[in-house]
Design a protein around this ligand. Structure first.
Ligand code: CO
Length: 140
C-alpha cells in the first residue's frame, strides 16, 4: 500500500500552482474535471505519490463546503489498494464508518471510496484502486 496522493482544497488551482509548481518545482501532469464530485483536480507527482489540488466547480461541491468551514488546507489522504471492493468489505467487517459503501469514479477513471474521519483519527481517508480498463466495465 502506498500513499496515492494528498488532497489539498484550494479556492483556485491556478493560484495554488504559484507555490506548488513555480516555487516548489513540482510538475503538473494533468488537470481534469471530476463532475461527479463537482471539482477540478490537478495532479502533481511527488516520487511515487502525488499532490492533488482540488478546486470546487459549484457552490454545493464538498470542497466548497470544506473551504467555507475551514479554508484551504489538507482535505484528505488517499491510499492505493489493489482491490477496493475487498478493502471496503474488510473495513466494514471491522466496523469502520464508510462514506461510500460502493466505489465510485474518481480522477483518471480510478475507483475511489471515502472512509469517515470518525473512524480514522480525524482524517478523511480515500481508498483508490487504479484501473487501466474503463471503470464502468469494472464496476461491481
Ligand atoms: Co483524492
Amino acid at each position: 500500500m502506498i500513499i496515492d496522493h494528498l488532497g489539498i482544497a484550494t479556492r483556485q488551482i491556478e493560484e495554488a500552482l504559484g507555490f506548488w509548481r513555480e516555487a516548489l518545482g513540482l510538475e503538473l501532469v494533468e488537470t481534469e474535471e471530476v463532475s461527479e464530485q463537482r471539482v477540478r483536480v490537478a495532479m502533481l507527482p511527488v516520487g511515487e505519490s502525488r499532490i492533488e489540488l482540488l478546486e470546487p466547480t459549484s457552490e454545493d461541491s464538498p470542497i466548497a463546503k470544506f473551504l467555507e468551514k475551514r479554508g484551504p488546507g489538507i482535505h484528505h489522504i488517499a491510499v492505493r489498494v489493489d482491490d477496493i471492493h475487498l478493502a471496503l468489505a474488510r473495513l466494514k467487517e471491522q466496523g469502520a464508518r464508510l462514506i461510500d459503501e460502493k466505489p465510485r469514479t474518481g480522477a483518471g477513471g480510478s475507483l475511489i471510496a471515502f472512509v469517515h474521519p470518525s473512524s480514522t483519527n480525524g482524517v478523511l481517508l480515500e481508498l483508490v484502486e487504479q484501473t487501466t480498463v474503463h471503470p464502468h466495465g469494472k464496476d461491481k
